[in-house]
Design a protein around this ligand. Structure first.
Ligand code: BGC
Length: 766
């Protein structure tokens, strides 16, 4: 009897299920039916809910209140509508690797991710294939942990060294940014997951980031701030783009039709979906009209949109267009494709990719008398608190990654078989323990990084000088989202300078060398202390393999090949935007005036003959390279020109060289920086005496400047100089070609006017 009852119940249940399925089958289904049919079957409320995403990792069914955690720790997800086959898309951060929780309730398993080098560090590799490889590994973690889009890469221009998020960004040069971002996107997306290129555009200031109005001329916008995005969009088609928090020339970027629809979609051909940054903008209707499809995350906007459709403030058709782009995006996602993820990416293999990238990202800034690589060094005296606490892998905020472990520089030395002075280790460890215990920070992990350096006595330095072969001083900095760095953070503190001075004096007197390792996320002062020491390695924040990579560089197992993707000024006040950063009025800024116009970074320093501590493109190697045989495909430019040059390793150890191509354009009515980067190439690992021919191609757009009056990219007629350099200053080969007639390369729409007066810098002010 029981058996019959059971059968009966099961029969009735199956029948109910079948009839629901049948009813559902009659409804259009995403992926099976045309998107327009699916939209036609959506209620207005469903449309409004779809364009307003959900914050965090949990989906709450509005009808039943039932909660489902998708991928713990994800920053957000999209609304799901099961009856129409609309699955959720899970959107985690971030630029240095996947950011999800490593711990899950009631689960002993750890869900670690790989902390790769920060974008600033990756940019120093100037190696697009390596960046693509990093992207592939990052994207694999996104896929295998069951997410759909990585909220990355972040490519705002490094306009000023104090921007708190510079570590998440690549460079001060838009070409380098665009090419590296395209490589990163292609790498991530090769896994069948998406990216969100961010923050579109001009999120170059963190102070009052959700309201600040960035006043930028059309030319500076087109040539610098938009250019990296333009290259990346055209060369990689990211699935999504994230609009920025800031206002641009009066309007929030997410509410700016000209930016999102006219420029991004119509001019550049962007096919994907645009989402806001988290809680960005203030007007849901304006966002929909601008073409910012997804509001991340939201709630009250659903009601606002429903009311707006009702009172005809917005046409439902506009909402349909936003919905269509979201649905189209959803059909590509792993969730929609029901990808069965493993929750077990190959973290060991990814650690190796992170290690390789870290090694190639570090920059040798100074190396007097061949201090490096180590010869006969066995015992090292490590100074600076950050020699003993975990190597700083990256900055704070949404760019953090929950990885398993980052060892300290001291541990990395010990693991490589060096003796680390126990006396110093003990003193520093006591200091670190006290700092952590007393820290009021929510995340004690960062307590040491943000704490002032430990003052050190002469006696302590002297105590071990005899027993050691060399002194290494670590100078560290950390920064993060939501605030900018202070000028005091740019300069070294008195304690830090004193440490460098004292250690150098005592070690030099004992005939021993001193090396500084910089575990920093952005540009700092170097000019006022660098003469004290023998060698400087800019180790950046190079992810969880950074400490090991640093030791490999110091001992010569890896020959440094990183070069600066941003200028290191002599003093902060030399920075062209120093007077206008973060903005006005001081204390509670409203507007940020980009008065330096097109003269950002080396474009300024070179044109205005301002000396720098280390120039853009600079970086030493343990081997010298010779450049020769520059050849142009033609002395006259038609639609393209090819340039070849040979680079040869003339030293005794293998190494890679980054070769840069700058153009000095003819002088015409429109002023131009004296030189601009228009190409770069990294050699393979060249053995001693080995050479390689590198090829660069220039098209008309690369020669063009943006003429605001004409709203066009124009390449002036005249003689163009090709400068092939080992840095922006160290030019090794020159040639020239002629453009016979001025070329109007591309007409654009006359949009994005500045909304307030700028006093833009001009060569005539010199
Ligand atoms: C950041 C974004 C990030 C988002 C989600 C925002 O505060 O600006 O870069 O992707 O949060 O975490």
């Amino acid at each position: 009897m029981k058996y019959i009852m059971k059968k009966l119940i099961s029969f009735v249940c199956t029948g109910m299920l079948m009839s629901t399925l049948f009813a559902q089958n009659k409804l259009p289904q995403l992926g099976k039916d045309n998107i327009s049919k699916v939209i036609a079957a959506m209620t207005l409320e469903e449309k409004a809910r779809l364009v307003v995403g959900i914050g965090g990792d949990t989906w709450k069914n509005p009808a039943s209140g039932e909660k489902t955690v998708l991928v713990p720790g994800a920053a957000g997800c999209t609304y799901q509508i099961p009856r129409l086959g609309i699955t959720p898309a899970v959107l985690p951060d971030g630029p240095a690797g996947l950011r999800i929780n490593s711990n899950r309730e009631g689960d002993a398993k750890k869900y670690y991710c790989t902390a790769f080098p920060t974008a600033t560090a990756l940019a120093s590799t100037w190696n697009t294939s390596l960046v693509e490889e990093v992207g592939k590994a990052m994207g694999n973690e996104v896929h295998e942990y069951g997410a759909d889009v990585l909220l990355s890469p972040a490519i705002n221009l490094q306009r000023n060294p104090l921007c708190g998020r510079n570590f998440e960004y690549y460079s001060e040069d838009p070409l380098l940014i665009g090419k590296l971002a395209a490589a990163m996107i292609n790498g991530i997306q090769s896994n069948g997951v998406g990216t969100s290129l961010k923050h579109f555009v001009a999120n170059n200031i963190e102070t009052n980031r959700k309201s600040v109005n960035e006043v930028i001329s059309q030319r500076a916008l087109r040539e610098l701030y938009l250019r990296g995005f333009e290259i990346a969009v055209k060369e990689s088609q990211p699935w999504t783009i994230m609009s920025s928090y800031n206002r641009l020339n009066g309007l929030y970027t997410s509410q700016n039709y000209d930016l999102i629809t006219t420029v991004l979609r119509k001019e550049w051909g962007f096919k994907g979906m645009v989402m806001t940054d988290w809680d960005g903008g203030d007007d849901a209707v304006a966002q929909m009209k601008a073409g910012n499809d997804l509001i991340m995350p939201g709630n009250h906007q659903v009601k606002e949109l429903l009311a707006a459709v009702k009172n005809k403030t917005i046409d439902e058709k506009t909402l349909d267009e936003n919905v269509a782009r979201i649905l189209d995006f959803i059909t590509s996602t792993p969730h929609f494709k029901q990808y069965v993820f493993s929750n077990a990416p190959d973290l060991k293999a990814h650690a190796q990719v992170a290690a390789k990238a870290a090694g190639e990202a570090m920059i040798l800034l100074k190396n007097d008398n061949k201090t490096l690589p180590f010869a006969k060094i066995k015992k090292v005296a490590l100074f600076g608190k950050n020699s003993y606490s975990a190597f700083i892998t990256g900055g704070t905020g949404s760019g953090e990654v929950n990885f398993e472990k980052s060892i300290s520089i001291a541990e990395a030395f010990q693991n490589a078989g060096y003796v680390v002075t126990p006396g110093l280790q003990k003193t520093y460890q006591q200091f670190i323990d006290t700092v952590i215990t007393n820290s009021k920070r929510r995340n004690k992990k960062f307590a040491v990084d943000f704490h002032a350096e430990m003052p050190i006595t002469e006696d302590l330095i002297k105590a071990d000088v005899k027993n050691n072969d060399i002194a290494i001083i670590t100078i560290a900095r950390n920064a993060g989202e939501g605030s900018d760095r202070k000028i005091t953070d740019f300069g070294l503190s008195e304690t830090e300078k004193d440490l460098i001075k004292q250690v150098s004096k005592i070690y030099h007197e004992a005939g021993k060398k001193v090396v500084v390792a910089l575990n920093i996320g952005g540009v700092i002062a170097t000019a006022d202390w660098r003469d004290d020491v023998d060698a400087i390695v800019l180790a950046w924040q190079t992810g969880m393999e950074g400490a090991n990579a640093l030791v490999k560089i110091l001992k010569g197992e890896v020959n440094p090949s990183g070069k600066l993707a941003q200028s290191f000024p002599m003093v902060y006040t030399d920075v062209p935007s120093a007077d206008n950063f973060p903005g006005e009025p001081a204390g509670n800024i409203v507007n940020a005036y980009y008065n330096e116009g097109i003269y950002v970074g080396y474009r300024y320093y070179e044109t205005f003959h301002k000396p720098t501590a280390y120039e853009f493109g600079y970086g030493l190697s343990y081997t010298p390279f010779q450049y020769s045989g520059i050849k142009l495909s033609s002395p006259i430019f038609s639609d393209k020109i090819t340039i070849t040059v040979t680079v040869k390793n003339t030293g005794k150890v293998a190494g890679k060289e980054t070769v840069q191509l700058y153009i000095a354009a003819p002088k015409t009515e429109i002023e131009k920086p004296v030189q601009e980067l228009k190409g770069f190439a990294k050699s393979k690992l060249l053995q001693p005496s080995e050479s390689e021919q590198l090829t660069f191609t220039l098209d008309a757009k690369l020669l063009a400047s943006y003429w605001s009056g004409m709203s066009a990219w124009v390449a002036d007629k005249g003689q163009y100089e090709v400068l092939i350099g080992a840095s922006s200053k160290d030019i090794r080969q020159k040639a020239s070609f002629e453009v016979r007639e001025t070329i109007v390369v591309e007409k654009t729409n006359p949009v994005l006017y500045q909304n307030r007066l700028l006093k833009e810098l001009s060569i005539s002010d010199k």
